[in-house]
Design a protein around this ligand. Sequence first.
Ligand code: UDP
Ligand code: MG
Length: 140
Amino acid sequence: MNSNRTFTMLKPDSIEQGNMLPILNMIENAGFKIIALKYKKMSKDEAEKFYSIHSDKPFFTDLVSFMTRGPIIAAVLEKENAVEEFRNLIGSTDPLEALDGTIRKKFAKSKGENAVHGSDSDENSSIEIDFHFDSNEIFS
Ligand code: UDP
Ligand code: MG
């Protein structure tokens, strides 16, 4: 059965470029309910842990320094079939491949600095939500 929750981050590029509210608007307009929200800066340790699945990739060092150079917005989103629906809304990792109407098509500048994160499975959404939020910070 599909979970009705997913996890997202608005990455530092989105905040720097003043796209925080337009992106949150797109998320709400697509029918997601924001049930938790946090404005924070990740430490190097946190970013390395969050992206540990990519630790052996050539882009890992750049990814960690990008994700820690400024604040992010972390959020938990609720919608039926949330993980898949949100991956559809954000579009491909590389904005050149992202479809019209997706967040990355509209706001991402490159494959690395691509505006938003979205969980890729129910298992990972649960891990990522727990990484950033206590249960009493989620308002379902
Ligand atoms: N990334 C990168 N170069 C790549 C692939 C990924 O810099 O060739 C970065 C990018 O910020 C991406 C993140 O690493 O969003 C995680 O990669 P993943 O393949 O999980 O992409 P996503 O699930 O975010 O679409
Ligand atoms: Mg991923």
